[in-house]
Design a protein around this ligand. Structure first.
Ligand code: TYD
Ligand code: MG
Length: 467
């Protein structure tokens, strides 16, 4: 009927949202200029027919009482930081997505993990569509990866990759990256939405079918020319993000989805000349360069997943020079910082309306939990009024719009971490203070409002001196 031979639709390269017509802004994820026109292959409805094709047998319904419970077979890579984020190791038959900015260290991490796993006798197949065997070998030598049961395959055609997996029978397959793999039948370029999605679906099918763990590496893309890994998140079992700032050596591995374990676990690494090295004491690492007792600096006991660590929140408050005051925020949600500044302005009467405010999480770390609110508020007040916070004090609590300080989770873990690092005093929500059971080895001051917290900070300075 139609004039054009190939039917096309528009897809968002960031989230995979489909649209019959071009739109400037994606209705799915609100990103601008991410919709691209792609052919739709009628034979392959997204993800459906494909997954079946790799199954060797059809499955019959099983009565719930007859259903066998098998403990997931875990393949511990031996890299403790990675295994913790995975929930104990890679699960056989699972599909994992490892996403991150180009150049952040994804290939390095998987190669190191492959080395460890293969060193324990598990065969690993490393498929690379980005580097030649020589390049991989060169990097591997630099990382000391040698003499283990590790196979390299420079290939981008999915049929060849699937065949190689069947022939080699590895326990773990790494596909670096999913954006380079293509399925010829789709007739479109590698890296477009349909290719990425369909190829991932075929890897998923094979993983379930053969019980092999498969990890897809995905580059986070900025321009929208290549489909991003976000559109695979709902499809895979585990989603890991490797994050960090280019200018800092540390890298954070964050679990954002895990069908076999808890999410929000963090693994922390340092990028060195010989690869990624596990950071076993992140608090000491993040506080290493802290200036003690300077206004605008507050240490906060944060918790990501099950793991507590201390971070330094910094704030600089200066009179605005031109017209509108600026708020520049790095390492936390911008909107949240603006709200906290408004609370200080309105509820404490520190007039910040005409001040430029800069907030930074030292070391380039990103914090997401509201438990850091009070630390941010205290840092702003401290920065503006030149009240240094005592260097042996930590501050934690969620702040509400009326200036109230709300309880946070896992206070005991946060306190233990603070004690471990030699802190003597913790300003925390009164609600948490009330329910602390044992002797904690640290003076815990409970507060109900931001105002009380600021008084406790200043009071603490009088009592302890400013170091
Ligand atoms: P890479 O793993 O190639 O990143 P990705 O696969 O996420 O694109 O790592 C890229 C950067 O890491 C590169 O700029 C150099 C640096 N690097 C080190 O500092 N030390 C090392 O041992 C290795 C292998 C890489
Ligand atoms: Mg790479």
């Amino acid at each position: 009927m139609g004039l054009s031979k190939v039917k096309t639709r528009f897809f968002c390269t960031a989230c995979g949202q489909e649209s019959p017509k071009w739109l400037g802004r994606c209705p799915g994820c609100a990103a601008w200029n991410t919709l691209v026109e792609e052919p739709v292959a009628p034979a392959v409805a997204p993800g459906v027919g494909v997954r079946r094709r790799d199954r060797s047998e059809t499955s019959a319904p099983v009565h719930i009482d007859q259903a066998g419970v098998t403990e997931n077979l875990r393949l511990a890579t031996g890299i403790a930081e990675l295994d913790r984020v995975l929930g104990g190791g890679l699960v056989a038959g699972s599909l994992t997505l490892l996403a991150g900015d180009p150049g952040i260290g994804k290939s390095t991490l998987v190669l190191q993990a492959a080395h460890r796993l293969a060193g324990q006798g598990g065969r690993v197949l490393y498929v690379s569509g980005e580097e030649s065997v020589q390049q991989i070998k060169l990097r591997a030598s630099r990382l000391g990866v040698t003499g283990v049961d590790l196979y390299l395959l420079p290939e981008t055609n999915i049929e060849h990759i699937l065949a190689a997996i069947r022939d080699t029978a590895p326990v773990w397959v790494v596909v670096d990256s999913i954006q380079t793999v293509y399925w010829a039948e789709l007739g479109s370029a590698p890296g477009n939405v349909a290719q990425v999605r369909e190829c991932a679906a075929r890897f998923l099918g094979l993983a379930k079918d053969r019980g092999v763990a498969i990890t897809l590496v995905g580059h986070v893309t900025k321009d929208g020319a290549v489909a991003g890994p976000r559109l695979l998140e709902h499809m895979v079992d585990v989603v890991l993000y490797l994050e960090g700032e280019r200018h800092y050596p540390y890298r954070v591995l964050r679990g954002v989805k895990n069908r076999f374990g808890s999410t929000n676990e963090l693994g922390i690494f340092e990028m060195r000349g010989d690869g990624l090295v596990e950071v076993l004491n992140p608090s000491a690492f993040f506080l290493a360069e802290r200036s003690r007792g300077v206004p605008g600096s507050v240490v906060v006991p944060c918790l990501e997943g099950t793991r507590p660590f201390l971070v330094e929140v910094q704030a600089l408050v200066v009179p605005a020079t031109f017209g509108q005051a600026r708020r520049t925020v790095t390492g936390m949600d911008h909107h949240r910082a603006v709200v906290l500044a408004a609370v200080l302005d309105k509820k404490v009467g520190l007039h910040l309306g005409q001040k430029d405010i800069y907030v930074n999480i030292a070391g380039g770390l990103k914090i997401t939990e509201p438990a850091a609110d009070l630390g941010v508020v205290v840092a702003m007040a401290s920065g503006w009024r030149n009240w240094p916070v005592h260097p042996e004090t930590v501050v934690v609590g969620e702040v509400g719009l009326t200036g109230e300080v709300r309880a946070v989770g896992h206070m005991d873990k946060r306190l233990m971490e603070a004690v471990k690092l030699g802190f003597k005093r913790c300003i925390c929500p009164q609600q948490n203070r009330k329910y602390l059971k044992q002797e904690t080895g640290i003076t815990v001051v409970g507060v109900e409002t931001v105002m009380e917290a600021l008084q406790a900070v200043v009071g603490g300075n009088d009592g302890q001196g400013t170091g």
